[in-house]
Design a protein around this ligand. Structure first.
Ligand code: MN
Length: 707
């Protein structure tokens, strides 16, 4: 008991604040739960396991994170390392949804082993992505995970297994330190880097540490002199400032030596100090004071306050030459800038932007990093989608990642995996629980689709729950295919009857020369012939006269005779099973839409007023595949000042070889003008527009309107 109270007091000390009674009670409950969960578990160092999560929450407290984060830190291993004594449900019941969500996120991230070393960048980026979306629900998942890793790295010396040690260090260096860096959490990044550096390159680490210690001793006196000099000068100007020496971290020194191929002295020689003042205005006053004491080095003044770095970094940098003739680097910033420079996202999260905006921002930063990793190996549109955050990432039970558009439901997921799985969908489990078909996927959901192999196929109802156009298209295609099968079957019935009537076999009938020529002339495959017959465009009698009255060479008119093959696509699939609406008479080039009816699909112009109130489920996206048609009906109305003008208009049609299928003339109510309504046959919208243009130019034409 005493131990728990002591521990809460320690948390208060590191976070430099005191908790209220409710918070203390929660913390106490969490500590007890963790103790219970980890009872009998020990760390490699021999101490009770529970010390680890408690230390993690202490790190979180030192970052001044909120009570929810501290509790999540205390409980972060309780579900995984407790032999099932504590479940996520227990945590949710006792501490609420947020804590459960964070613990769950941390557990998921911990299960992912990032590929490290010289491996395929694509693979690496995929794993990192996996981690990112495990963290995507709540930014505090990252904070806890980073604190967890930091404590594990601080105690890594207890791990005996060399391989494991190396792997953890590499993973820290290649994955966790960069995450901290990208999120601007530099205090953690530096420590993680130095701890990994020590494991991976112990010789170099100790050498640099030694050199730094020597130099520091050498330099300390002079650094102190500069600090005091500046302090004094600022005091004279009544400027409150915190001034400190700056020391580089071991790993960054080593990295610079390697990258720039320089020796230690060249990298480390420069003395750096930092002045932290109260506000932006004072930053600039301070620069002035600095430049009064020492001579600024030309070209070295950088104002990142006026123009922050792309990661949001703000500060003023200047380099001066001191009285000893050596360069001195000075950074000037206010407290908030300093906080942000050291704590990055954590500072933002605590101080100002606990909003959705913030979430997008950090996700963007991380995705940006993934982009760097992927350089060249991904296509732009994929990235664009991600950057708009229009996607959620979910997992199959095997751990594969599936991206889905935001708002996608389990039925979308089923079809995304495989069309057949979609068609035989019978239910879904998300994170182990059965969910309704309308369930909207969330980041990190593990989705399992239940399949009924004997089901006959999808239900039209599903269109209501499908979010993705691709899912809808697949469901509709299924029904269209089914309709097609039905038409083919009834077409075959007619052929069967015909063969019986002619007293020949079906095979012989299909080999009939007349029939074959007819099919060729109308470019019909046998399947399409059956469909035409099945839908009644070609009748029993048509076929009978075609085959019997050979001498007459009578041409059969196929009702709805247009062959739309390769002309119109529905949901992206080329089709012939369409009719052209008579109300709006679309022509190739018009924006069109398909409307399903008992007859099949009818193509309307998008603006057609007859389809205004049609329910969404009946609408299909339709497109012209080609504008090369043999001709489509179009109706235009021409208003003329008098009747005599009409022949001239007709001449335009003749000269353009445009057929007129009907003409109706009426007089306006005022009797002053006449209306001529033409139905004409055109090949495309451009032909029609050209024609309308030409007519409009004619004398006496008041206006031309497409009906
Ligand atoms: Mn842990």
């Amino acid at each position: 008991m005493l131990k728990v109270k002591n521990y809460i007091h320690e948390l208060e000390t590191v976070s430099k604040k005191s908790f209220n009674n409710d918070e203390k009670m929660l913390l106490e409950k969490a500590i007890k739960m963790a103790e219970y969960a980890h009872e009998g578990f020990y760390r490699k160092s021999g101490e009770p396991f529970v010390n680890h999560p408690l230390e993690v929450s202490k790190i979180l407290a030192s970052l001044k994170l909120d009570i929810t984060t501290l509790i999540s830190g205390i409980l972060h291993d309780s579900v995984e390392d407790s032999d099932g004594k504590v479940t996520l449900q227990d945590i949710e019941k006792e501490f609420g949804k947020n804590v459960a969500l964070i613990v769950d996120g941390v557990t998921k991230v911990s299960k992912i082993n990032a590929p490290v070393g010289n491996i395929d960048q694509k693979k690496k980026s995929e794993t990192i992505q996996k981690m990112l979306f495990a963290m995507a629900e709540d930014v505090r998942v990252i904070f806890v995970k980073l604190a967890d890793r930091l404590h594990n790295m601080r105690t890594i010396d207890y791990v005996d297994n060399k391989e494991k040690k190396r792997y953890k260090a590499l993973e820290t260096l290649e994955v966790y330190a960069p995450i901290a860096h990208k999120l601007g959490i530099h205090v953690i990044k530096w420590e993680l880097e130095d701890l990994s550096f020590k494991v991976l390159y112990p010789e170099e680490y100790y050498k640099i540490k030694e050199l730094v210690a020597q130099k520091k001793k050498e330099r300390e006196e002079r650094t102190n002199e500069y600090v005091n000099q500046l302090k004094l000068a600022l005091k004279e100007h009544n400027i409150n400032a915190l001034i400190e020496g700056r020391y580089k971290h071991y790993y960054s020194i080593w990295k610079k030596m390697k990258e720039k191929n320089k020796n230690f002295d060249e990298i480390y020689d420069l003395i750096g100090i930092r002045a932290i003042v109260d506000d932006i205005k004072t930053c600039y006053t301070t620069v002035g004071v600095v430049h009064q004491i020492w001579v600024p080095l030309p070209g070295r003044f950088k104002d990142y306050i006026a123009a922050p770095k792309s990661n949001g970094y703000k500060s003023i940098h200047t380099t001066v030459i001191t009285q000893y003739g050596e360069p001195l680097e000075i950074q000037i910033r206010d407290h908030q800038m300093h906080n942000e420079a050291e704590y990055g996202l954590i500072a933002h999260w605590i101080y100002k932007e606990k909003t959705v905006n913030l979430k997008q921002k950090w996700l963007l930063q991380l995705l940006d990093w993934r982009k760097e990793l992927l350089k060249g190996s991904t296509n732009l549109s994929e990235l664009k989608n991600e950057l708009q955050l229009e996607e959620v990432f979910v997992l199959t039970p095997k751990g594969e990642i599936i991206h889905m558009p935001r708002g996608s439901t389990v039925i979308d997921f089923a079809y995304a995996i495989h069309t057949e799985i979609g068609h035989h969908f019978s239910g879904a489990k998300v994170n182990g629980k059965i969910v309704p078909i309308s369930y909207k996927l969330k980041n990190g959901d593990v989705v399992e689709i239940l399949v009924n192999k004997s089901s006959k196929g999808p239900s039209l109802d599903w269109l209501k729950y499908a979010k993705s156009p691709r899912t809808k298209a697949k469901i509709r295609r299924f029904f269209r295919e089914q309709e097609k099968e039905r038409l083919i079957d009834s077409g075959k019935d007619v052929i069967r009857k015909l063969a019986k009537r002619l007293n020949i076999s079906i095979e012989n009938l299909l080999e009939n020369e007349r029939l074959k020529t007819f099919m060729k002339n109308h470019s019909l495959s046998s399947e399409e012939l059956f469909i035409r017959i099945g839908e009644g465009s070609i009748t029993f009698n048509d076929l009978l006269s075609l085959i019997e009255k050979q001498e007459e060479q009578k041409k059969i008119k196929i009702k709805q005779k247009k062959n739309y093959k390769n002309l119109i696509s529905i949901d992206g699939i080329s089709t012939i099973d369409v009719h052209i609406a008579k109300c709006c008479m679309p022509v190739p080039g018009d924006e069109i839409i398909g409307i399903s009816s008992r007859r099949g699909i009818t193509i309307h112009r998008v603006g057609c007023k007859n389809i205004k109130n049609i329910e969404e489920e009946r609408k299909f996206s339709a497109n012209w595949i080609s504008e090369n048609s043999s001709g489509f009906n179009a109706a235009i109305e021409i208003e003329l000042d008098k009747n005599e003008r009409l022949p001239e208009i007709m001449n335009i049609f003749v000269s353009k070889k445009i057929n007129i299928s009907s003409l109706k003339v009426s007089e306006s109510e005022s009797w002053k003008t006449i209306f001529a309504q033409f139905t004409i046959v055109v090949k495309s919208l451009s032909e029609l527009n050209e024609l309308i243009n030409d007519i409009e130019k004619k004398a006496g034409v008041i206006r031309v309107r497409r009906k």
